[in-house]
Design a binder for this molecule. Structure first.
Ligand code: PLP
Length: 409
């Protein structure tokens, strides 16, 4: 494992160039069939061996280069690549759980992972329970509990969990800890130093950086655990396309610079939004009043990084006004995902995403929540602030029967 700083390592991948031709980016190898030198070599091939090639679905020099880079980035030893972040979450669930087992999920978990637990996992006899990620001492394990999912921070409501407390409780109960590390991206904190067993990363987000690739990774330190996951990965026929891998490899050298730029702009906008009269609350782990801010400080450092997501609760009684705010934004596009150059906005219904409730989140209006998640892109921050200001101004317009009086010009 490399001891270099991630920023340097991401620019200097460990790949062996062919003699006489060395370039910045590694070549793109494509294969379903891989030739063996002899029958003996074919028989000697062992999928458990790293750097051993048997079939394109398992490994190519291109996918191995990216896997090594991601493992190094996250402070782990082994990585598997999956065609999306969600498929990486699925491989972990299917590899580590069996009928009769129980999995624990934070109540602010990435929604599709919760849906998988309530859907496919339940169908296969695996039960699940939601827990409050801010209350480690209330975490309850049963004899059936085999896996604890962690997510830092929650990607919509942005509570930062008591990672150290939760991991300590899981270790004491001999329960595996899997972290959805998409937000931290291997840059905000070192998951393995904290004792996490498995780290899943939606490379779709910051590592791709372009908003045009879907990919996921599963990183481990323990080889036996890696092989358990790799066996499931093989049995499920999971693979990634070489051209997608190429795009992620090309983006990795700028990962840390982009992450810091997202982080800086988000801090500036979070602080500015807090002062706007139309805003009831800003959710962002760096803000002192944000839920789990102390845990964020503990793990990321008081002057650490806090990624590019923030949510705002708008002071408005009508859902139509929230929608109008989102529609009024010009630079912020309405869309899912994050980590690309373009800023994104998405309104969420708190009752749907947090069925157990979230008392620390204010209700901006009458009953229903008016939560809007902003993913801050790489545009000049002053332009983003101006865009937010003009969209917030639409909330001040008078309304008749809850519907806006449109500017008729
Ligand atoms: C986007 C995301 C995923 C899933 O990644 P996809 O590549 O879109 O499937 C998983 N977890 C978190 C926290 C995410 O934001």
């Amino acid at each position: 494992m490399s001891t270099r700083h991630p920023q340097t390592q991401l620019i200097h991948p460990d790949y062996q160039p062919i003699d006489g031709f060395q370039s910045i980016n590694p070549p793109v190898y494509k294969a379903s069939t891989v030739f063996f030198r002899s029958v003996k070599a074919m028989r000697a091939h062992d999928w458990r061996q790293e750097n051993s090639y048997g079939y394109g679905l398992d490994n190519t020099p291109t996918t191995l280069t990216l896997a090594h880079q991601i493992a190094t980035l996250e402070g782990g030893a082994h990585a598997l690549l999956c065609p999306s972040g969600l498929s990486a979450l699925a491989v972990v669930n299917l590899a580590l759980l069996k009928a009769g087992d129980e999995v624990l999920l934070p109540d602010n978990i990435y929604g599709p992972n919760r849906d998988m637990a309530a859907g496919l996992l339940a169908q296969y006899g695996i039960s699940s329970r939601l827990y409050d990620p801010l209350q480690a001492d209330q975490l309850q394990f049963s004899a059936q509990t085999k896996l604890l999912w962690l997510e830092a921070a929650g990607s919509i409501t942005l509570e930062f969990p008591d990672l150290c407390g939760l991991i300590a409780r899981a270790k004491a109960a001999n329960v595996l800890c899997a972290l959805d590390n998409t937000w931290g991206a291997g840059l905000a904190f070192n998951a393995f130093a904290l004792g996490v067993d498995v780290s899943v990363h939606a490379l779709t987000k910051y590592p791709s950086g372009g908003g045009d690739v879907l990919m996921g990774s599963i990183v481990t330190q323990n080889r036996d655990l890696h092989l358990t996951l790799k066996a499931a990965h093989r049995q499920l026929g999971i693979g990634v396309a070489a051209n997608d891998v190429e795009l992620v490899l090309r983006s990795l050298p700028t990962l840390a610079l982009r992450y810091d730029a997202h982080d800086r702009s988000t801090q500036q906008l979070a602080e500015w939004l807090q002062q706007q009269p139309q805003v009831a609350q800003v959710l962002h782990p760096r803000l002192p009043h944000s839920a789990g801010h102390g845990y964020w400080q503990q793990v990321c450092g008081a002057s650490g990084r806090a990624a590019g997501l923030l949510s705002v609760v708008l002071k408005c009684p009508e859902r139509a006004q929230v929608d109008r705010f989102c529609d009024a934004l010009r630079l912020f596009k309405i869309g899912y995902s994050w980590g690309g150059p373009v800023s994104l906005v998405m309104p969420y219904d708190l009752d749907t995403i947090r069925p157990q409730g979230a008392d620390h989140i204010r209700h901006g209006g009458l009953g229903h929540s008016s939560l809007v998640r902003l993913a801050i892109g790489l545009e000049q921050v002053e332009d983003l602030q101006q865009d937010l200001a003009q969209a917030l101004a639409t909330l001040d317009m008078p309304t008749i029967d809850g519907s806006a009086i449109d500017d008729a010009n």
